[in-house]
Design a protein around this ligand. Structure first.
Ligand code: ASP
Length: 285
C-alpha cells in the first residue's frame, strides 16, 4: 500500500517536527490497511485526532463559536461519499465512509449527519476546541451569541486560514482519496467549503487520486482535485499534474491552495502556492 498524506497548505507552521511525526504516523496507519479506502480513512483519522491540524480536534471554529467538521472520500471503483457541517464530530472521515459505503447518497449534512454518525457508533458530542482555539477566539474577539447578520462584519474581518488534512493511496490495482477539515477560521456558521464537494477537495478515478487544501471557495469554483486527476489521465505524471494545476488555479482564481496526487503505479506529486505544506509518503519518491 503506497500513501501520500498532507497536513494542509498555509503559513510555515509552529511545531513543524511534531506535525511531521503525526504525518508519518498517519502514513503508517494507512499502510496497515487491506483496502485503499480503509488506508486513506485510517491516515486521515489519525490526523483528525492530532491537535495541530485543522480537522477534528483543533478544527477551525465558525462565527458562532462552534467547530463543524467536513470530509469526503472516494475510490477508483466509484465508491464516493461526504459528510459536512457536523458539530462535535471528531472523525468526519468515518461519517463520509458510512455515506459512501452504506447509503445511496454522496453527501449528508448538519444535524442529520451527526445523527448518522451516532447511529454508526462514531463519536459525537466531542469537544473539538484546543488551547490554541481558545487563544485565536479571544484574539479575534468574535461577537458570540448575536444574530447571524451581526456576525458578518467580524466574519469579513477574520475569515481565513487553512491546514486541512488529506491522503491519497494506491495498492497497484485501486486508488483512493480522502480529505477532512474544520473549514476556515471564523467562517459564517454553517459555511461549507470544498472539502466535502466531489472533485473540489477530493477525487479518484482508475488513473489517479487527489486531495486538496487551501481556500475552499476558490477550490470549489475551480474543481481543483478533479482537474489534477484529469491532467494525469491526459498524460501528465502526478508531479507535473500537481504543478500545472496549482499554477492554473492561481492564474484563474488568484487563490491559495495545495494538492497531493498519486497514480496507479504509486508515482506521487504535490504542489502548493502558499508558504508551506507538510507531506509524508510511504515511498522515497
Ligand atoms: N479547504 C478548506 C476549506 O476551505 C480549508 C483548508 O484547506 O484548510 O474548508
Amino acid at each position: 500500500m503506497e500513501l501520500l498524506v498532507h497536513g494542509g497548505a498555509g503559513a510555515a507552521p509552529e511545531e513543524p517536527d511534531r506535525r511531521q511525526r503525526d504525518l508519518q504516523r498517519a502514513v503508517q496507519q494507512g499502510q496497515g490497511c487491506d483496502t485503499v479506502l480503509a488506508a486513506v480513512g485510517a491516515a486521515v483519522r489519525h490526523l483528525e485526532s492530532a491537535p495541530p491540524f485543522n480537522a477534528g480536534v483543533g478544527g477551525a471554529v465558525q462565527s458562532d463559536g462552534t467547530v463543524r467538521t467536513d470530509a469526503g472520500v472516494m475510490d477508483s471503483d466509484g465508491v464516493c461519499g461526504a459528510a459536512c457541517a457536523m458539530p462535535g464530530v471528531e472523525h468526519a472521515v468515518e461519517v463520509a465512509r458510512v455515506v459512501a459505503e452504506e447509503t445511496p447518497h454522496v453527501c449528508v449534512a448538519g444535524d442529520r449527519a451527526v445523527d448518522l454518525a451516532a447511529a454508526s457508533d462514531i463519536g459525537t458530542d466531542r469537544d473539538l476546541w484546543t488551547e490554541r482555539t481558545r487563544e485565536r477566539w479571544r484574539e479575534a474577539g468574535m461577537p458570540a451569541g448575536v444574530p447571524v447578520r451581526d456576525q458578518l462584519a467580524a466574519v469579513h474581518e477574520h475569515f481565513g486560514g487553512t491546514d486541512t488534512v488529506g491522503a491519497v493511496a494506491t495498492d497497484g490495482d485501486r486508488l483512493a482519496a480522502a480529505t477532512s477539515t474544520g473549514g476556515r477560521w471564523f467562517a459564517l456558521a454553517g459555511r461549507v467549503g470544498d472539502v466535502p464537494q466531489v472533485g473540489a477537495g477530493f477525487y479518484a478515478t482508475g488513473e489517479a487520486a487527489a486531495s486538496a487544501t487551501g481556500e475552499g471557495e476558490a477550490i470549489a469554483r475551480f474543481g481543483l482535485a478533479r482537474r489534477a486527476v484529469t491532467a494525469v489521465a491526459d498524460g501528465d505524471d502526478p508531479s507535473t499534474a500537481a504543478d500545472r494545476v496549482v499554477r492554473g488555479f492561481e492564474a484563474e482564481t488568484g487563490g491559495r491552495a495545495g494538492l497531493i496526487v498519486t497514480d496507479l503505479g504509486g508515482r506521487t506529486g504535490s504542489a502548493f502556492n502558499t508558504e508551506a505544506m507538510g507531506t509524508a509518503a510511504s515511498t522515497a519518491d
